[in-house]
Ligand binder design. Structure first.
Ligand code: UDP
Length: 485
């Protein structure tokens, strides 16, 4: 940007979950590379996840600031240190209460955030959809608030159509498919696949929060979307023209990570050394490895993990499988079939904990991705040109599945039928094996791979100079710089 334009200062305030923080850090980097002054606001524990990334950026001349706010865990009745959604206790009896308390704690951040806004007077606040109070907070200081949902245009449109027309209230049973009214593409869903908070009649703290989030979005300055126009043009148009949202698409933001270290270190520290991982992949033929990972929140049961193990073995495909369960010293892992790791030696790699996902997906040996359809993972799969087995678990993942399988035709569904928060629907091994084989070596696999590769090329063009996302990002920065006067 020309030096005659005063530098715009943007605040980024992500929800405390990796699926929200990771793209926010990328976003901040992206804006910073265009000359915007950027500051990420988060809590101390969460800041620790990206201090290294920020340090590396700084060394390459891209400065990103961090401001921390104390997370009121104790005040909200949460265990100490519970500052990220993936640390919320998952035991059945206390989980929903803990989720409620976690959101309560985020609501307590309004006042400290306002103090920070007053102090720093940024020109814009990009705040997560889960902070419905952020529009009012920004308004108090005349600062435009942008909403970041962290999902696709497709999902934004689908959830809006369901909210407005309530098609799930007109079916006879939970499993009777209905067409999502006014959503292009003749998309069918069932009530079972909808989030709990959509189908619940009774008002809860969470449904109130979702409602407040929608209201605050409608009063906000606009929406930033991590997507690119060529991927979902129909839905980008629908969101803007039919639903009247002012939106900027600036993705895929993960593509701002070019160096190995940047790709390897997003979110948490990887449980595997990136060089070891690359060495393993380097020894494999192109498109011969399937990568299985369900994001940062999904928590499958031991029985489901065992089913996946058996399916992978039966599929006879090489794999990298990310399992969130940690090994407890010498304790037996009840989810591993006997002798599994020995039999799979050289053929399959299990990563317990956090994987360098983008690094893995971008490797030419990877030819398929079994994903829970979290939007970041989905878009990272697209950007890497890898066809997908879709296995939605909760959140808006069942919508993203439809985009992948029905609209883009770059993946096959594993057959998950039921939205279950973090645990997911149980899927049998035969279905998993079949879906894996279909994306790795069926006649359709080649077609899907070609389509995904073409989208990956389009993604790169979108973020390159003159591309659709590049231009939209510029347009947003220009608008914000005019707005500040
Ligand atoms: N991720 C990763 N390593 C892992 C698991 C997840 O790097 O072992 C990253 C992944 O690349 C993505 C994010 O974490 O950027 C997960 O976001 P997504 O929207 O896919 O799912 P969520 O975690 O929100 O369910």
């Amino acid at each position: 940007m020309g030096s005659e334009i005063p530098q715009v200062h943007m605040f980024f305030f992500p929800f405390m979950a990796h699926g929200h923080m990771i793209p926010t850090v990328d976003m901040a980097k992206l804006f910073a590379t265009r000359g915007v002054m950027t500051t990420i606001v988060t809590t101390p524990h969460n800041a620790s996840f990206f201090t290294k990334t920020i340090k590396r950026s700084k060394e390459s001349g891209i400065d990103i600031g961090i401001k921390t706010l104390k997370f009121p865990t104790v005040e909200a009745g949460l265990p100490e240190g519970c500052e990220n959604a993936d640390l919320i206790p998952t035991s059945q009896d206390e989980s929903s209460d803990m989720v409620r308390k976690f959101f309560m704690a985020t609501f307590m951040l309004q006042e400290p955030l306002e103090q920070l806004l007053q102090e720093c007077k940024p020109d814009c606040l990009v705040a997560d959809m889960f902070f419905p109070w952020a529009t009012d907070a920004a308004n108090k200081f005349g600062i435009p608030r942008l909403v970041f949902h962290g999902t696709s245009f497709f999902s934004l449109c689908a959830s809006e159509c369901i909210r407005l027309y309530e098609p799930h209230k007109k079916v006879q049973s939970d499993s009777e498919p209905f067409v999502v009214p006014n959503l292009p593409g003749d998309i069918k869903l069932t009530k079972k696949q909808l989030p709990d908070y959509v189908k619940q009649d009774a008002e809860t703290d969470f449904t109130k929060m979702v409602k407040a989030s929608k209201e605050s979005e409608l009063r906000s300055y606009g929406v930033v979307v991590n997507s690119f126009y060529e991927l979902e043009d129909t839905y980008a148009d629908c969101y803007r023209n039919i639903f009247g949202r002012k939106a900027w698409h600036i993705g895929p933001v993960s593509l701002c990570n070019r160096a190995t270290e940047d790709k390897a270190e997003r979110g948490k520290k990887s449980a595997i050394d990136e060089h070891e991982c690359l060495k393993w992949l380097d020894s494999k033929e192109p498109n011969s490895v399937v990568y299985i990972c369900f994001g940062s929140m999904a928590n499958f049961t031991s029985a489901q993990l065992k089913e996946i193990a058996m399916a992978l073995e039966a599929s006879e495909q090489q794999f990298i499988w990310v399992v969130r369960k940690q090994k407890n010293n010498e304790e037996e892992e009840d989810w591993l079939p006997e002798g599994f790791e020995k039999r799979m030696e050289g053929k399959g790699l299990i990563i317990r904990g956090w994987a360098p996902q983008v690094l893995i997906l971008d490797h030419e040996a990877v030819g398929g991705f079994v994903t829970h359809c979290g939007w970041n993972s989905t878009l990272e799969g697209v950007s890497a040109g890898v066809p997908m087995v879709t296995w939605p678990v909760f959140a808006e993942q069942f919508y993203n599945e439809k985009l992948v399988t029905q609209v883009l035709k770059i993946g096959v569904g594993v057959g998950a039928q039921q939205w279950v928060r973090t645990v997911g629907d149980f899927v049998k091994r035969e279905a998993i094996e079949k879906a894996v084989k279909e994306i790795m070596k069926s006649d359709r696999a080649e077609e899907m791979r070609n389509r995904t590769k073409a989208l990956a090329e389009a993604a790169k063009r979108a973020i390159a100079k003159g591309g659709s996302s590049y231009s939209d990002l510029n347009a947003l920065i220009e608008e914000l710089s005019l707005h500040r006067h």
